[in-house]
Design a protein around this ligand. Structure first.
Ligand code: NAD
Length: 260
């Protein structure tokens, strides 16, 4: 085997050294696992968090142990001015952003007849408007560099719908349209845009689900279990990497077969 072949590859098999990734909602769950997976491949990380700084600082400590640079950028992804500010801070500290992971998201579940205007709007604002605002804020730099990768975190629910989650399903389906439109707009400028569509993942977001519902979900999942955040993160890291250089506009299910 030619030892030169692997000279630049990292322990994860992808080489992202010299790249700068902004991960939204990075302090916990899938975002946290994604920040660590991208760092394992050598990317420097801008850690976006909204409210509590402590978990973001703890993550920054782990990123430093992994041997990459990081910066904490506080901000609400649904607020245009805060997004522009956080992108400017990230670029000032680490250089031009070449990877954006639109991960921040919330749920405000309820049956449509009882869902408030506020609960509908809040979910759309975080997941969908947030991804739009962050993508717009980094797109100019990526187009100028004629390279970059944006990954949106959608959901199996965006494709299948779910009683009690009309707002969430609409936001996640909206992300698919955003992904494909951005892929068409930015592809000619060398920027790839993809999405992952996870099934149910063991995070704070799903910790409140009743045991009975979890069992039902596992029963409907060919692989018979929920996902770990790392199993979503590894696919995001792949999509960000040169190994996915010819993939754009794709929505990759990472759902153990739930969406079949
Ligand atoms: P989580 O609740 O653990 O993490 C969500 C993160 O987003 C949190 O750190 C939160 O602070 C942040 N956030 C929320 N609103 C924000 C805002 N306005 N600005 C900035 N940050 C904000 O949930 P998770 O399970 O890790 O989910 C991450 C993403 O994956 C979400 O988009 C979610 O919809 C999606 N997803 C999760 C699952 C699952 O089963 N957990 C399945 C499919 C998709």
């Amino acid at each position: 085997m030619n030892p030169e072949a692997n000279k630049n590859s990292s322990s994860s098999g992808h080489n992202l050294s010299g790249q700068v990734a902004l991960v939204t909602g990075a302090a916990r769950g899938i975002g946290r696992a994604t920040a660590l997976a991208l760092a394992k491949s050598g990317a420097d990380i801008a850690v976006n968090y909204q409210h509590s700084r402590d978990p973001a600082e703890a993550l920054a400590g782990e990123l430093s142990t992994a041997g990459v640079k990081s910066v904490l950028v506080q901000g609400d992804v649904s607020d245009s001015a805060q997004v522009n500010d956080m992108v400017a801070k990230a670029e000032e500290a680490l250089g031009g952003i070449s990877i954006l992971v639109n991960n921040a998201g919330i749920t405000r579940d309820g049956l449509v007849m009882r869902m408030s205007d506020e609960d509908f709007d809040a979910v759309i604002a975080t997941s969908l408007r947030g991804a739009f605002l962050c993508s717009r804020a980094v797109a100019r730099g990526m187009m100028k560099a004629r390279s970059g990768s944006i990954i949106n975190v959608s959901s199996v629910i965006g494709r299948r719908g779910n009683a009690g989650q009309a707002n969430y399903a609409a936001a996640k389906a909206g992300l698919v349209g955003l992904t494909k439109s951005l892929a068409r707009e930015l592809g000619p400028r060398g920027v790839r845009v993809n999405a992952v569509a996870p099934g149910y993942v063991v995070t704070d977001m799903t910790s409140e689900l009743p045991e009975k519902m979890k069992e039902q979900i596992m029963g409907n999942t060919p692989l018979g279990r929920l996902a770990s955040p790392e199993e979503i993160a590894s696919v995001i890291a792949f999509l960000a990497s040169p190994a996915a250089a010819y993939i754009t506009g794709a929505v990759i299910p990472v759902d153990g077969g739930l969406g079949i």
